[in-house]
Design a protein around this ligand. Sequence first.
Ligand code: FMN
Length: 351
Amino acid sequence: MKQKELVIGNLVAKIPLIQGGMGVGVSLSGLAGAVAREGGIGIISTAQIGYREPDYETDPVAANLRAVGTEIRKAKELAEGGIVGVNIMVATRYYEKYVEAACRAGADLIISGAGLPVELPFLVQDYDVKIAPIVSSVKSASVILKMWERKYNRVPDLVVIEGPKAGGHLGFKPEEVLSFTEEEYKKEILKIMELVQEYAKKHNKDIPVVAAGGISNAQKVREMMELGLSGVQVASRFVTTYECDASQEFKDAYLKAGKDDIGIVKSPVGMPGRAIQNQFLEDVKNGCKPITKCYQCIKGCTTKDIPYCITKALVNSVRGNVEEGLVFCGANVWEQNKMQSVREVIEDLFG
Ligand SMILES: Cc1cc2nc3c(=O)[nH]c(=O)nc-3n(C[C@H](O)[C@H](O)[C@H](O)COP(=O)(O)O)c2cc1C
């Protein structure tokens, strides 16, 4: 099958693939650089990106902001001219500082979800960087398109639609996550594409739309492309690669997971999330995990009102202490049963 390129303004990816940003520490320069080198778009997650920095325990925000720069620069070196972007969650505390750090370091693209990135056009106005909101419904797409048009007279450079089968935090009510059928969600995708097309026409600009969530094999890629999408965003498939930045224990948790091990969890971020059921989630069910320290990760989080610290849980798992951590995953990771290289995953998906 001959693939179309994914064109986002002057950025041209040979393969219509965005590797989804994965925090904490799952998609850093190693993974993003490798995907970009192979012709896709590599995305670094900025969520607690500095967790390996020596001053992280004493000044996590400074460590994170510095690491945004170092990871982007390293990924660009690995990418050999390929496209490298970042995923910055809107819910991030000091969101605007992370956006600035990414722009200064020369990120090609900023993708923002976990909230609607209302101020993003203003924050990037002095930089040559492409911007993309993540939406999960026509309703959220309509809100952000309308707001950007009214406040800034601009449209996104790209729209990412994240469906209910995605990993990490989900932009749905908990009861919606499992009730959407694939056919129903395809209809939602078509409606979002139609709406984006209206704005694209009005502003005389191409706005590519990509879909994410549970796109785990070539058949699913084909189905998505047949809807008329410009590309796909894939995350979980890249966790079980040699290049992925997570520990081998984190990758092994994916390799071992069966269909029944994947569940929906409540997160302190206030959205449902998908993760592998493990001892940590059992312990949370049986009572709160005492929080001894705040890492300044999420806006509005008050340590006294939450069942556990999400930063601690995600850092534990990415470091390899998976039974005391939260292992986010997409709905189809039970299909993954071998380690591969990034190139092999891309060949599996696109032939
Ligand atoms: C381990 C993990 C961490 C993730 N972290 C983030 C994140 O920090 N920000 C974000 O917007 N999406 C995050 N996601 C969502 C992915 O970027 C992606 O859109 C989604 O997982 C796609 O579905 P798939 O994993 O089935 O391919 C995460 C997903 C996983 C599996």
